[in-house]
Design a protein. Structure first.
Ligand SMILES: [Zn+2]
Length: 45
């Protein structure tokens, strides 16, 4: 038996933080970096 599933498709295109779904994993990662990377509560006073 031969399997042609050499390439694994990355299914993680859903943001864990807010649950938004993206067409590409890279976009999801970029979203997470932009939207959820801010750990420090920035105060713009
Ligand atoms: Zn998110």
């Amino acid at each position: 038996m031969k399997f042609f599933n050499k390439e694994k498709i990355i299914v993680e295109t859903k943001c864990r933080e807010c649950g938004m779904e993206f067409s590409e994993t890279e976009r999801m990662l970029r979203h997470m970096i932009k939207a959820h990377t801010k750990k420090k509560p920035s105060c713009n006073c």
